[in-house]
Design a binder for this molecule. Structure first.
Ligand code: ATP
Ligand code: MG
Length: 447
């Protein structure tokens, strides 16, 4: 079925399609870009599908890169922008639940659309034909449905990454997964073990950063998380019987994710902040749940999870530090705030404040009423001490090791102790952070 919807193709995309057509080939914008423009969203990238073979594409355009030539993909460079142009193809039999053994080129657009994952991703467009929608993609877009092209079980058996893509698209667009598609996911989610951790990371990142991070619940219910982040299942199954909480650990976690802005570090920290709770759960004499030491336990587990998902070191370090300190007791006074900044790290302290707010918003009314005034005060004090320029890291001290040596301390241990002592003193009283006063102080205590 062709539909009479006009899409404003970017100039360069039209240029590529026109050149291909002038040379006697068919060419269309295809997949995500068609879906996103119909939805009124800005596409990440514009992919082009064509009946031209890679060799033809390379003849027509002067600057091309062989991106995945064996799969029919050539990148056409226009000025500094690259566009993936892929020959219509049929994927052969799949091996290892992910990669087709071979691909065959085909002259038939419909065959090419058939190999795509979901109906909403299987539409093509050019100005001449309009929208080519062979599998009911527009209807599913209108109804907010993620549905496999063809038989869901077969499609997930071919490529298990599609299982995760289904939930990710659901999260990004707030769509429901169609019944047969969901049933196939439930049945086959175990195939996710064959998918590389880098690909899982990329999909999870998109899900978590979307406006519907609560889709983690869907991923849990469909049996997906068990294979890619089983610690989440443990959280979903850990109760919190206490006056401070109204949700179990997993549901609380989801609330916290919903209540932090879509920042990479914050969303991962929100997901993992209580990951230490399942193993630290005890029930006290009072009958209530306790989770002593869950921050530190969570730090280690987060590190493992993020490394396993092949995250960069910066992410591993920042997120696990936020997890470690998410519950750190900060008293509403200047000294306690400065100490906390030093302990947590100046660089991520503003994140920590946001995480703590979101954490609180997912607790009981009792917690919220008890703690909100304290958080308000702590934040006010933090802003104040930053503005005043209080020293909150060693690099901001008015003296360094060389000064201490000049004043007669022995290099090494003694200088270290001297600096520790002075830094502690400055945290208690930031006004001391001048060379003269620190020298005086040192004289009194180290002679
Ligand atoms: P995004 O917004 O993340 O770019 P997208 O739908 O464009 O979403 P891409 O990974 O860029 O996703 O893929 C482009 C198109 O290629 C998809 O729209 C779909 O038609 C097809 N496709 C991508 N991955 C798969 C897959 N694993 N199985 C089947 N078709 C796929
Ligand atoms: Mg895309």
């Amino acid at each position: 079925m062709d539909r009479d919807i006009k899409i404003n193709l970017p100039e360069k995309v039209s240029f590529i399609i026109d050149r291909l057509m002038e040379n006697g080939f068919e060419a269309f914008a295809v997949g995500g870009c068609v879906r996103d423009t119909i939805l009124g969203r800005c596409p990440n990238d514009w992919d082009i599908t064509t009946s031209a073979k890679p060799a033809d594409i390379k003849k027509i355009f002067s600057r091309t890169i062989d991106t995945g030539i064996e799969h029919g993909t050539v990148t056409v460079m226009l000025e500094h922008q690259g566009f993936e142009v892929t020959t219509y193809r049929i994927d052969g039999e799949y091996e290892d639940n992910r990669h087709p053994k071979e691909v065959r080129f085909t002259p038939d657009l419909k065959e090419d659309l058939k190999r795509r994952d979901f109906t909403i991703n299987a539409m093509a467009y050019n100005d001449e034909r309009g929208i080519v929608d062979e599998f009911g993609g527009i209807e599913d877009l209108e109804n907010g449905i993620i549905k496999c092209v063809g038989v869901a079980e077969e499609r997930f058996n071919e490529d298990a990454l599609r299982i995760l893509r289904a939930v990710r698209f659901g999260a990004q667009m707030d769509f429901q997964i169609e019944e047969a598609t969901a049933a196939a996911i439930k049945k086959l989610s175990g195939n996710l073990v064959h998918i590389s951790h880098e690909r899982i990371q990329a999909e999870l990142e998109k899900l978590i950063m979307s406006s519907h991070p609560e889709s983690m619940r869907t991923a849990y219910e469909l049996g997906i998380t068990k294979w890619i982040i089983p610690e989440f299942d443990n959280m979903m199954e850990t109760p919190q019987n206490s006056k401070y909480h109204r949700y179990n650990v997993g549901e609380h976690t989801i609330k916290v994710m919903e209540n932090v802005e879509p920042n990479h570090y914050l969303r991962w920290a929100a997901l993992l902040h209580d990951v230490g709770k399942p193993i630290k759960h005890t029930i006290g004499n009072d009958g209530y749940s306790h989770f002593y030491g869950h921050g530190e336990a969570g730090e280690k587990i987060s590190e493992e999870i993020l490394k396993n998902l092949k995250f960069d070191n910066k992410t591993v370090k920042i997120v696990s530090r936020l997890v470690k300190f998410h519950d750190y007791d900060i008293k509403p006074n200047e000294k306690s705030v400065r100490k906390a900044v030093v302990k947590v790290g100046n660089d991520i302290f503003p994140y920590l404040l946001k995480l703590r707010r979101a954490d609180l918003s997912g607790k009981s009314r009792y917690s919220i009423e008890l703690t909100t005034p304290v958080f308000d005060k702590v934040e006010e004090i933090y802003e104040f001490v930053v503005k005043r320029g209080d020293c909150m890291s060693r690099s901001e001290m008015a003296v360094n090791g060389r000064d201490l040596i000049e004043w007669g301390l022995k290099p090494g241990e003694q200088v270290g102790e001297g600096l520790d002592y002075l830094f502690e003193s400055i945290l208690k009283n930031p006004e001391l952070n001048t060379k003269e006063q620190l020298k005086e102080l040192l004289k009194k205590s180290f002679t």
